[in-house]
Design a protein around this ligand. Structure first.
Ligand code: MN3
Length: 222
């Protein structure tokens, strides 16, 4: 018993060191898992955040351990992702993309501001035209991937990427700063919408956090 007691603090110390040494952490959701209903159901949010996003974080940490890329920021990893193995590209992308996705959604979001609406109108004609073009790109993205609103050379642009790639990566054709992200992997919608990706996309507009999208736009334009 005395021996066990003396080992206990060491075990606790080792465990906490292991947790602390994990470079990236799963961010907590800024709202409850049922807060985006009915657009996105609770079970989908629980699995999507708690299992899928958590797996990207864990796999990224495991891949970085002892690798040349260990200690690099997420931004640095993405910007030079061509230098690293696919496991880093997929999981660094997965971690970044989901971290952004949670923040550009909100329960009962405020409508788009007049100032940002002017930017949308300037780039796409009208908000309806922007939504139609974005939804069309998202629906047509074959297989798993993402739809994006990016700022490219100061201009708003719609683009999509496959798998967990994103517009910050040096491997994608359309680069830019992402300010709005839509996950069109089946895991993002299949429980509620099954094969009906366009229905998921049209419901998703009701939870888009325009204030956050505009904040990111202004940050890029600064
Ligand atoms: Mn996802």
């Amino acid at each position: 018993m005395k021996l066990l007691k003396s080992f206990l603090p060491i075990t606790v110390l080792l465990l906490s060191t292991q947790v602390l040494s994990a470079q990236f952490k799963l961010p907590t959701l800024p709202y409850a898992t049922n807060a985006l209903e009915p657009a996105i159901d609770k079970q989908t949010m629980e699995i999507h955040h708690g299992k899928h996003h958590a797996a990207y974080v864990n796999n990224l940490n495991a891949a970085l351990k002892g690798a040349s890329a260990e200690g690099k920021s997420l931004a640095d990893l993405l910007a030079q992702v061509s230098k690293y193995p696919a496991v880093i590209r997929n999981n660094a992308g997965g971690h970044f993309n989901h971290s952004l996705f949670w923040l550009v959604m909100a329960p009962k979001p405020k409508p788009v501001s007049p100032a940002f609406l002017k930017e949308i109108n300037g780039a796409f004609g009208t908000m309806d035209k922007f939504k139609a073009a974005f939804a069309d790109s998202a629906a047509k993205r074959f297989g798993s991937g993402w739809a994006w609103l990016i700022v490219q050379n100061g201009k708003l642009k719609i683009t999509t990427t496959g798998n967990q790639d994103n517009p910050l990566m040096d491997v994608v054709a359309e680069k830019g700063k992402p300010i709005l992200a839509l996950d069109v992997w089946e895991h993002a919608y299949y429980l509620k919408y099954q094969n009906k990706r366009p229905d998921y996309i049209s419901a998703w507009w009701t939870v888009v956090n325009w204030a956050e999208v505009e904040r990111r736009f202004n940050e890029v334009k600064k």
